[in-house]
Ligand binder design. Structure first.
Ligand SMILES: Cc1ncc(COP(=O)(O)O)c(C=O)c1O
Length: 396
């Protein structure tokens, strides 16, 4: 599949003049402005949508943000066409908008990041036997119930990055199967993730892998699990369009960091997205009034991502990891964006030292991935201060 190269170097580091690409105007044409009286009633009604404070101490994941009042307003004002048959105006507008941001021809709204990755792999894999090459730590094959192999029949070649940080072309070349003997499983998809565990894969490595993958015969499809690619952009690593130029498909989550209540999107060429639409339907992801999802997702991108609200979360993550280290704690992974990984064992701590005490400081941690704290735009200064006190208590 040909890459969707777009030479435009338009900067997309937030804050971004979202209206400048013309798509904003298209969307707002279809958006009904809700009356001020209704807005006032909503604001004074103490709806759950205004309870961002409930997420202010929640470090379990950046999926635990509370959807905001502007998202609710957008939902009230949205179009109500059928998403399954591609009739919804707000959904189509969002799909055009995101495709344009990453420099791809088309995109498709899906229910979740997991569905996005599965749809993307399915649409890329045509005739078995085939395999997907991926970073051994990748989300789609470690945390999505094994769906990739189950749903596509592909085996997943898991590669540990030799530099301990991100896959390089050398890793990929070493592990890819290019021969087509009857014994082997050709690599048909390389599935990268950026950010991965909060770390950034540099654009130069992405470029090297992309150029090599596309030079193969047949070209190897390059997919990006960009659930948190927003964070890499906020950190200044590249623009969405810069990274988009190297991938055949990208999955971006509206629920991670940018704070929408639901939804993800898969981008690619028009013919690829046509196939992806079949996969979405096949997986039961054909949904009706998808304007409800699209409207709030659009606010998430414009208000949280382009609105510059994510940077502060990354600064808080950096502050927390610096303080942790100053107090003698060790990190398992460098903090490059919004995810902090403490090495509890190297810091001389046990599970029992860490997790029960956090509760006493009114901090919510998740122990599914030990030592991981995730920062998002609704984490408050008060919670950060208590986190510092918790560090002092636990590392005394
Ligand atoms: C990198 C990555 N990809 C995909 C997903 C799956 O997203 P979802 O939970 O929306 O299915 C996640 C979820 O946390 C993720 O972290």
């Amino acid at each position: 599949m040909a890459m969707q190269i777009n030479d435009s170097k338009e900067q997309q580091h937030p804050p971004h003049p979202g209206a400048s690409n013309g798509l904003e105007a298209k969307t707002s044409q279809h958006q009904v402005k809700i009356p001020d009286a209704l807005r006032e009633t909503l604001v004074s009604s103490d709806l759950a949508w205004s309870h961002a404070n409930e997420a202010s101490n929640d470090f379990r994941s950046d999926t635990y943000t509370k959807p905001s009042m502007p998202m609710l307003e957008a939902i009230i004002a949205t179009s109500l066409g059928d998403g399954d048959t591609d009739e919804d105006v707000a959904t189509r507008s969002l799909e055009e908008y995101i495709a344009d941001l990453v420099g791809h021809e088309a995109s498709l709204l899906v229910a979740s990041g997991t569905m996005g990755n599965q749809v993307a792999h399915q649409a890329a894999l045509k005739t078995p036997p085939y395999s997907i090459l991926a970073d051994a730590r990748g989300h789609f094959h470690t945390f999505e119930c094994g769906g990739a192999s189950y749903l596509t029949g592909a085996s997943v070649r898991q590669v540990f990055p030799s530099n301990g940080h991100h896959l390089t072309l050398e890793d990929v070349k070493r592990e890819a199967t290019l021969r087509e003997s009857i014994y082997e499983i050709p690599t048909r998809v390389i599935s990268l993730e950026n950010t991965l565990n909060g770390t950034i894969m540099p654009l130069s490595d992405v470029r090297a892998i992309s150029e090599w993958a596309h030079a193969q015969d047949p070209p190897i499809h390059l997919h990006l699990d960009g659930a948190r690619v927003w964070e890499a952009v906020v950190a200044g690593a590249f623009t969405l369009r810069e990274i988009g130029a190297y991938f055949d498909s990208i999955q971006l989550c509206f629920t991670k960091g940018v704070g929408a209540p639901l939804g993800s999107i898969v981008t690619g060429s028009s013919t690829y997205i046509k196939r992806a639409r079949w996969s979405r339907k096949f997986l039961g992801g054909g949904m009706r009034a998808t304007g409800l999802i699209a409207a709030s997702a659009r606010v998430a991108v414009d208000d949280v991502f382009f609105g510059g609200k994510m940077k502060a979360a990354q600064e808080k993550a950096k502050y927390a990891s610096d303080l942790w280290q100053q107090l003698g704690g060790k990190l398992a992974v460098p903090t490059e964006t919004n995810i902090v990984w403490f090495d509890l064992e190297a810091s001389g701590l046990t599970y029992e030292d860490f997790y029960p005490l956090a509760k006493r400081f009114d901090l919510k941690f998740r122990d599914l991935q030990l030592g991981r704290l995730v920062f998002h735009y609704q984490i408050s200064q008060g919670a950060l201060d208590r986190l510092g006190d918790f560090f002092r208590a636990v590392l005394h």
